[in-house]
Ligand binder design. Structure first.
Ligand code: DAH
Length: 366
């Protein structure tokens, strides 16, 4: 009797002291488990006489009841504490301000390509494309640069180890000019197109990256002359920079695929430390900046591309897209274009809803 009372007291103390569900389970096994002392005590009732049983049973039953009650209460308490702890661990601070995640934006290069397409579409130019993996013939030979031509050395070309089926070198196109050849071969004359896209040269510093962007322009028709070229470029740059005071200077130059060839400079202001396009390059506080090459399409190129030079002639131009994007949007490090830095993109990128249109302004920021 005293035995059961003291055993019960000890068990209740141990249950109260259990500070984990594991410890509590150990207590349950020691008491109510198959071999626990309460269960063993209950079993002894079967071997007793009715009188003995009547005397012993109440103490054993009440020990069982109080131990079971204590176990149950402690279990509930430990589970509640565990839940509390978990809720505290997983707490969300609802007072934090909602953070607007950067949703992605249109890269300035893509935006400028869209602006180019919009402006030139208004002048009747289609957009043409060609492969970035080119062959030697389209990238060089058909543009009047045969194997021994010194101008080839100016293009630090990435070559592939394999050759085409007919033994030509395979390379990453070094300019968008091969699209001229492909378009003339595919469509014949007359035609009017721009070809924006990626080009590759093994070159890398603050102003050169191994991949950059150009836009090629090509107009083939009857009676085309340099005046058409100058007007077209002037009209384009006025629309692109959204100002009337664009002054272009055409400087005699040399490209194998044009004859005559001119380099195109645009006047800009140097005041205020930032380059602002506009004005005459020789005016005070102004200078000229080269923005591209151009010229009348070389007769040899027309012949390579299957266009009859007796009937047709044309002009072509090539502009650096990254460079005109930097000029228009005031960016000064070309490498940032290709870093993929979210902060740069958040600052210089465009909303997808900011579609360039001539009526709303090709460069308007939403
Ligand atoms: N393809 C030349 C380059 O990458 C640029 C160029 C110059 C393109 C004159 C032309 C052109 O169409 O007429 O350096």
């Amino acid at each position: 009797m005293t035995d059961i009372t003291s055993q019960t007291e000890a068990a209740l103390l141990a249950i109260a002291a259990a500070d984990s569900l594991d410890m509590l389970e150990a207590q349950r096994l020691e008491t109510l488990g198959k071999k626990g002392w309460v269960s063993l005590a209950l079993k002894t009732l079967g071997g007793m006489t009715p009188e003995e049983r009547t005397a012993a049973a109440p103490a054993i039953q009440s020990a069982r009841a109080s131990v079971a009650g204590a176990l149950e209460a402690k279990k509930a308490a430990l589970e509640a504490a565990e839940l509390e702890a978990q809720l505290a661990r997983e707490a969300i601070d609802l007072t934090l301000p909602a953070q607007a995640a950067h949703k992605g934006s249109v890269h300035p290069v893509s935006q400028v390509m869209d602006e180019l397409a919009e402006i030139f579409a208004d002048l009747g130019f289609a957009v043409a494309t060609g492969p970035e993996i080119e062959d030697d013939w389209h990238n060089f030979t058909a543009l009047n640069m045969d194997e021994t031509h010194p101008a080839r050395a100016m293009h630090d070309t990435f070559y592939f180890p394999d050759k085409t089926g007919d033994g030509k070198d395979v390379l990453l196109r070094t300019h968008t000019s091969p699209v001229q050849i492909r378009s003339m071969l595919a469509q014949g004359a007359p035609l009017r197109l721009i070809a924006p896209g990626r080009v590759y040269r093994s070159d890398s510093d603050a102003t050169h990256t191994p991949m950059f962007h150009q836009v090629e322009g090509l107009v083939i028709d009857r009676d085309i002359h340099l005046g058409h070229l100058k007007w077209t470029l002037e009209t384009f740059f006025k629309a692109f920079f959204e100002r009337e005071d664009i002054v272009l200077r055409l400087r005699p130059s040399y490209f194998p695929f044009t004859e005559p060839s001119v380099e195109v400079d645009v006047g800009y202001s140097t005041e205020g430390g930032r380059r602002i396009v506009g004005g005459h390059g020789d005016a005070p506080g102004h200078a000229w900046m080269e923005i591209g090459g151009s010229g009348m399409v070389n007769v040899r190129v027309l012949e390579f591309a299957g266009v009859d030079p007796a009937e047709y002639q044309g002009f072509a131009f090539g502009l650096g897209i990254d460079r005109i994007a930097m000029l228009k949007y005031g960016m000064n490090d070309l490498r940032a274009f290709f870093d993929g830095d979210g902060r740069w993109l958040a600052h210089y990128g465009f909303s997808p809803f900011d579609q360039p249109t001539l009526s709303a302004g090709v460069g308007a920021r939403a």
